[in-house]
Design a protein around this ligand. Structure first.
Ligand code: XIL
Length: 381
């Protein structure tokens, strides 16, 4: 995960790339559409308060969220909410390298196992996030790690969950594409500096040699449209497929920063979804949260409406392309990562009066449903 400086660039990059590739700078016909129906839709559905996991399952899909092991232990209402709404969860940090192998060859699974036990108790799947990332590593792990470190890590961590009844999929690689062409030494695939495509190929091969019974995913942000990054990401996926490695799914993180004009590159996003399906790599929405920030609307009520509209329009596109897994990065604004001081975008950090507008998730800080939850429910229906 980038430090704040990089994160702000990233947020800026994401916003900038989103604005540029979503036609923000042109008069957007959708803006009129959007503004005309903005306050109309309240997304009340016939099954208004049915669990999202149930609405999803009725269509052969899954809804889930990032789960935080610490709050799971101390907040009963939070635990009950996740059990009610989610059929799959992704640990916020408990399966990252710094949590599972803090010292070379010394594995610690207590926090991850607590989540796995919770999943087993409530008939939920656990998505393994993540075996390889450029951050979230202990100090002794460089980026890229050596193949020997990768082999030992995957043998230890994947081995521990080989027979798990709840863990069915791994993010084998997370955020391997650089943010832009200045941060890569590989023009074709745009990998972060110091990483060759062969290393990623070998990473997936090692994963398959340890446990090929799970789904293997490659997870990325900033690919929700026709961008420099999505072009390199798709080329990298194609390279991996052509290298004969097992790769089943592609996680489109979907941390969406929308301007209030809501200009969205539907064509570009559809092309990413189609290209992945053509490559035989199933797209999954892996870390969805939606922030409206440029400029802020003049009321929380209006903000919630815009966020809900964005959820509905984004998920309609996803489901039209047969996406069947949607995971929001958290389920309640109480624990969204974006309110954490380390990750809060500068404009909110510098203007505390704006912070109440950080409402990216389906339920509010009191675990009450928001319009966004209704919109997600309706999208599933
Ligand atoms: C974030 C967590 O939500 C934070 O709590 C943690 O401090 C840093 O990582 N992309 C990813 C996730 O793949 O693992 C990141 O999660 C958010 C961005």
């Amino acid at each position: 995960m980038p430090d704040r400086r990089k994160f702000l660039k990233r947020a800026g990059y994401t916003t900038l790339s989103a604005l540029l590739t979503m036609g923000f700078l042109q008069k957007d016909k959708q803006k009129e559409d959007h503004s005309t129906n903005t306050l109309a839709a309240n997304y009340t559905s016939t099954n208004g308060n049915s669990p999202l996991r149930q609405l999803a399952a009725a269509k052969g899909k899954r809804y889930g969220a990032a789960i935080d092991g610490e709050f799971l232990q101390i907040e009963k209402d939070y635990a009950n909410l996740l059990a009610r709404e989610c059929s799959i969860v992704t640990p916020n940090g408990e399966l990252k390298w710094n949590a599972t192998e803090p010292q070379p060859g010394k594995f610690t699974f207590e926090s991850a196992d607590a989540i796995a036990n919770f999943c087993q108790k409530h008939n939920m799947e656990l998505h393994g996030h993540t075996l390889f990332w450029y951050t979230g590593n202990p100090p002794w792990v460089p980026y890229p790690p050596t193949l020997q470190m990768i082999e030992r890590h995957l043998t230890g961590v994947m081995g521990h969950y080989r027979n798990s009844p709840v863990l069915k999929s791994w993010d084998v690689a997370n955020e391997i594409i650089a943010d832009n062409e200045n941060e890569t030494d590989n023009a074709t695939y745009g990998l972060r500096k110091g990483v060759k495509p062969e290393l990623i190929r070998d990473l997936f091969k090692i994963a398959a040699s340890v446990d090929s019974s799970k789904k293997f995913c490659i997870n990325e942000f900033g690919i929700e449209g026709a961008t420099w990054k999505s072009d390199r990401f798709l080329k990298m996926v194609e390279y991996l497929k052509n290298s004969g490695v097992k790769i089943d799914e592609a996680g489109i993180q979907s941390h969406l920063w929308f301007s209030t004009a809501y200009a969205f590159d539907e064509k570009g996003f559809n092309s990413v979804l189609k290209r992945l399906n053509d490559l035989g790599v199933k797209p999954r929405i892996s870390e969805l949260d939606i922030i409206i920030d440029t400029p802020l609307p003049d009321s929380i009520k209006k903000l919630d409406q815009m966020v809900a509209d964005s959820y509905k329009r984004y998920l309609d596109l996803c489901f039209a392309a047969d996406v069947d897994t949607v995971i929001t990065w958290g389920i309640t604004d109480r624990h969204t990562w974006i309110r954490h001081p380390d990750w809060m975008p500068a404009k909110f950090k510098n203007n505390p009066s704006m912070q109440p507008f950080l409402r990216p998730l389906p339920l509010d800080t009191n675990l009450q449903p928001k319009l966004a939850r209704n919109a997600i429910a309706q999208a599933f229906q």
